[in-house]
Design a protein around this ligand. Structure first.
Ligand SMILES: [Ca+2]
Length: 218
């Protein structure tokens, strides 16, 4: 009988030890909702001076970006351009100030204007002097940037390929007179000689004004 008492005692002790072991780790677990000591980042000072400084910095950033594009040694401007419609064409001869040829050359505030505010699609096509293995297209547009919907490239074999299509993620520029719509892509295998840009008129209502288009490559 004594043996059975010893066995019972051992079992009770083992059970107690087991309970202690199981409950021990919980002591080290931090409270579930411990508050972080990290303080939130203080907001930038919202003073008239700070706002003016930010405004001027944005203007400077735009100027720096534009200067880089204008002086890009790998960039060339269109030699000539044509378009599917020009402002006023249904009412008589198109004025020089609205013709697609205004897209040729560097940005100069002279623009092509299409003839549709919100109906259907328009497109313009630009041809370049020197075919290049292209890596980017930069469109200089003063109105209608959100309606741009496709950029296609024509290589020297005459084949067209789509470099980009979709909804424009570029908004009207607030820090400069011109909006730069830039699409970069994998260097083309074939030299590119022409670019066609499609405009979905209903996406950004109003007449579209395109100043210039730059092809980047070498
Ligand atoms: Ca122009």
């Amino acid at each position: 009988m004594q043996n059975s008492k010893v066995v019972a005692l051992v079992l009770v002790c083992a059970a107690l030890a087991s309970c202690q072991k199981q409950s021990a780790p919980t002591a080290d677990i931090p409270p579930p909702c411990a508050k972080s000591d990290a303080t939130p980042t203080a907001p930038a000072a919202d003073t008239p001076e700070a706002r003016e400084l930010a405004r001027k910095q944005a203007l400077l950033d735009y100027a720096t970006m534009e200067e880089g594009f204008l002086n890009d040694p790998k960039g060339q401007w269109a030699r000539e351009a044509t378009a599917t419609s020009s402002f006023g064409e249904t009412r008589g001869p198109v004025a020089d100030s609205n013709k697609p040829q205004n897209i040729a050359g560097k940005p100069d505030t002279r623009t092509w204007t299409n003839d549709h505010m919100d109906m259907g699609f328009d497109s313009f096509e630009a041809v370049y002097e020197k075919p290049v293995h292209a890596t980017a297209v930069r469109i200089v547009i003063s109105d209608g940037v959100e309606a741009l919907s496709k950029v296609e490239l024509r290589d020297t074999t005459g084949a067209w390929s789509t470099a980009w299509s979709g909804l424009s993620d570029v908004k009207q520029e607030k820090n400069g007179a011109r909006t730069w719509f830039v699409r970069e892509f994998e260097k083309t295998a074939q030299p590119v000689q022409a670019v066609r840009v499609t405009i979905a008129n209903n996406v950004d209502k109003g007449y579209k004004h395109v100043d210039a288009i730059q092809l980047v490559g070498e």
